[in-house]
Design a protein. Structure first.
Length: 332
């Protein structure tokens, strides 16, 4: 079931993410489309479907990459789905299906040539686009798919351009639109009545993340990317806020001591013969944990040393008193 939801979510995000691109085919060329004798949708709709196919084919190799996998993430997603559906319903009041499809824009003599500023549009100019965005965020949040987050980001960028062009076109068609544009936000509502749903959504998202992190408190990393073996390759991890930090505190004390005159003595006790560690650690003034792997009898911590383009590996082994440092190595 979860795999089906992920696949459906990916396809839904593909379709949603092409909506701004579809309208970008219309708004900059509105005068040209109006001059056509036949309906522009005979060409526009096949082009839109072609976008679906092209974007699905482009993103298919990454459709199974998940940033996380937790059923609890669907709790805030369901709330966002419901909010989006509510916006769709509100958007349809006083706004015809033909207006939603852009027919008045493409046909200058269309009877629905009117600017709707009542209902939900008293609070935001483009509630349908806001609903689209909420649905995409919901699919991204629930599925945990990296491709859904990427498609949402793509839709946000193209959507911002599309809304600007649509507003310019509306300003040409309706003299009163300029005042309406100044008084009412485009997407994100500023009215107080939306503060509670937004706050609840943020609380649910945060709660889902913290619940997921706590359920995996035995895992030090919630997400990891890249490889720590080669410094020039990007590597990063999202650490679990509920992880045990005893090893990290020990490692940080060790890093501090390696910058002192005791460095050679420490390395000798650990059996390390790398003569570059001491001068490298003195030269580097900062470090950050980018990798941690916990096993039954060992723990590996990798720290990024940005000033010297190197990484410090610290390996712990389990002994009677707990985990103790057994080796330190430098990778350049």
């Amino acid at each position: 079931m979860f795999r089906f939801l992920q696949t459906f979510g990916w396809l839904a995000c593909v379709a949603y993410s092409t909506i701004p691109s579809f309208w970008l085919l219309i708004h900059p060329f509105a005068h040209r489309w109006r001059s056509r004798r036949r309906s522009p949708y005979r060409l526009l709709l096949p082009l839109w479907f072609a976008m679906w196919i092209a974007l699905a084919a482009l993103t298919a190799p990454w459709r199974t990459i998940t940033l996380y996998s937790n059923p609890l993430s669907w709790i805030p997603a369901i709330f966002l789905f419901a909010t989006g559906i509510w916006l769709y319903i509100k958007s349809g009041k006083g706004f015809s299906a033909k207006q939603l499809g852009g027919l008045p824009e493409l046909h200058p003599n269309h009877p629905d040539q009117r600017l709707v500023t009542t209902g939900i549009r008293q609070h935001l100019r483009h509630p349908v686009y806001f609903a689209h965005l909420l649905e995409m965020i919901a699919w991204s949040l629930g599925s945990g798919l990296a491709v859904c987050y990427a498609l949402t980001a793509f839709a946000i960028i193209t959507g911002a351009i599309m809304i600007r062009m649509e507003d310019n076109e509306l300003e040409e068609r309706f003299l009163e639109f300029k005042d309406y544009e100044k008084a009412v936000p485009a997407i994100f509502p500023s009215c107080r009545q939306f503060a509670l749903p937004i706050a609840i959504s943020a609380i649910l998202v945060s709660s889902a993340f913290l619940t997921y992190a706590y359920s995996r408190r035995a895992d030090p990393m919630l997400f990891q990317h890249g490889t720590p073996e080669v410094p020039k390759w990007t590597a990063f991890a999202i650490m679990n806020p509920f992880r045990t930090k005893v090893s990290e505190e020990t490692a940080e004390r060790l890093i501090h001591d390696l910058r002192t005159t005791n460095c050679s003595t420490i390395l000798h006790d650990l059996g390390s013969e790398d003569e570059q560690i001491c001068p490298t650690m003195r030269e580097n003034k900062s470090c950050s944990l980018i990798w941690r792997e916990d096993r039954s009898f060992t723990r590996q911590l990798v720290y990024e040393l940005p000033d010297v383009n190197s990484r410090l590996w610290i390996i712990f082994r389990l002994e009677e008193g707990g985990f103790v440092v057994r080796s330190v190595s430098l990778i350049r």
